[in-house]
Design a protein. Structure first.
Length: 367
């Protein structure tokens, strides 16, 4: 769950206005002053209109599921399972029949068509909010806000094409221009053109986010549902009931698109606030490795070499017995002890080394 949505920012107690001190911006997005300078307060308040907390996201998903069930289940159950979810109204049966038409999937003058328009218009507004956020952020030099504006245009055109016959009109015009039939009534031209623009804008927007896993997991089912809707329209000549599935899958795909846009707002805010992992460029990695190797080599050069060689004093060999001084073991130990003023590289002799030197000294006296 944390990998998908990330951790929410912990709530901090609000200090009184007299105790607040404005600190200079240090380039980190974790502090409140850094946040205010990375993104102006006006646009942060604008982004706060979008529910981005984990609990809010689950609430949005639950509301969407309830709305989809209310719009799709009555019609699909009546058409394919012969089950009426709404009973007859008795003497108000005429009013009940009119309301039943509002829960159908024929055309767009029903609850499903209204929800589709609402989802796409909300996705358009969210795309415009994302454009404003990325345009006014100051943490990077090239924010890349224009693709989000293009995505807003794509969503508004999709919303218009849901109600107005833009697709069939454009398909008929391209069919007359090229004299090449592509799909039923030239539908393939409209589908190819729309798929091209949607693919380009989606690749230029969602793949620029650092935390894009959750957004892509909501966006991918939406695109697949729209493809299924197009396939149902394509083969509806053989079975007219496929048009019901086409409207149902188009509505579900629009809901997924809206949820993906909300997740994109959350990912953008986390990226601006510095709450997601920073990507390292290859040049930065090479520079870091070179600095690390240079520091290691300098450490090796400056490290003192431990000396294990022992400098033994040459024991004089006295050939005459009259000149042999009598020295006991304590005197030898005193001679072998190192003083405090010796060089730091000479170490103190061990007990075995002293015993060896005493033996050499005794052998010298005996000789």
């Amino acid at each position: 769950m944390t990998r998908l949505f990330g951790r929410s920012q912990p709530q901090r107690p609000i200090a009184p206005a007299s105790a607040v001190k404005t600190a200079p911006y240090q380039g980190s997005g974790n502090t409140s002053s850094g946040k205010s300078e990375t993104l102006p307060p006006l646009y942060r308040h604008l982004a706060s209109l979008v529910p981005t907390r984990v609990v809010s996201l689950f609430g949005v998903a639950a509301i969407q599921l309830c709305a989809l069930s209310l719009a799709l289940v009555p019609c699909l159950g009546r058409e394919f399972a012969s089950y009426e979810f709404v009973p007859d109204g008795g003497k108000y049966s005429l009013s009940v029949d009119i309301l039943k038409g509002g829960f159908g999937l024929q055309g767009q003058a029903n609850l499903a068509g209204w929800l589709t328009q609402t989802f796409l218009l909300l996705a358009t507004g969210t795309a415009l909010i994302l454009r404003s956020i990325h345009r006014n952020r100051s943490d990077i030099s090239n924010p890349g806000f224009r693709p989000w504006g293009t995505l807003a245009i794509v969503w508004i055109c999709t919303s218009l094409a849901t109600t107005l016959p833009i697709g069939p009109a454009l398909a008929a015009a391209l069919l007359q221009m090229t004299n090449t039939p592509f799909g039923p009534q030239g539908l393939g031209w409209w589908v190819s053109l729309g798929s091209f623009f949607i693919g380009i804008t989606v690749f230029a927007t969602f793949f620029r986010l650092r935390e894009r896993l959750a957004s892509l997991m909501a966006l991918t089912p939406g695109l697949l549902l729209w493809c299924a809707s197009t396939a149902c329209v394509w083969f509806s000549v053989n079975d007219p009931r496929l048009l019901l599935f086409a409207n149902a899958t188009w509505l579900a795909g629009s809901g997924c698109m809206l949820f993906a846009m909300i997740l994109a707002v959350r990912s953008s805010l986390r990226e601006i606030d510095g709450l997601c992992k920073q990507r390292k460029t290859p040049a930065l990695k090479r520079k870091t490795q070179s600095v690390t190797s240079a520091a290691a080599s300098s450490t090796d050069h400056t490290r003192p070499m431990a000396t294990t060689a022992i400098d033994f004093e040459e024991v004089p060999n006295h050939t005459t017995t009259g000149q042999n001084p009598v020295r006991d073991d304590d005197a030898i130990d005193r001679d072998l002890d190192t003083g405090d003023d010796e060089a730091p590289l000479q170490r103190r002799l061990s007990k075995s080394e002293r015993r060896r030197l005493r033996k050499l000294a005794r052998n010298g006296r005996a000789a």
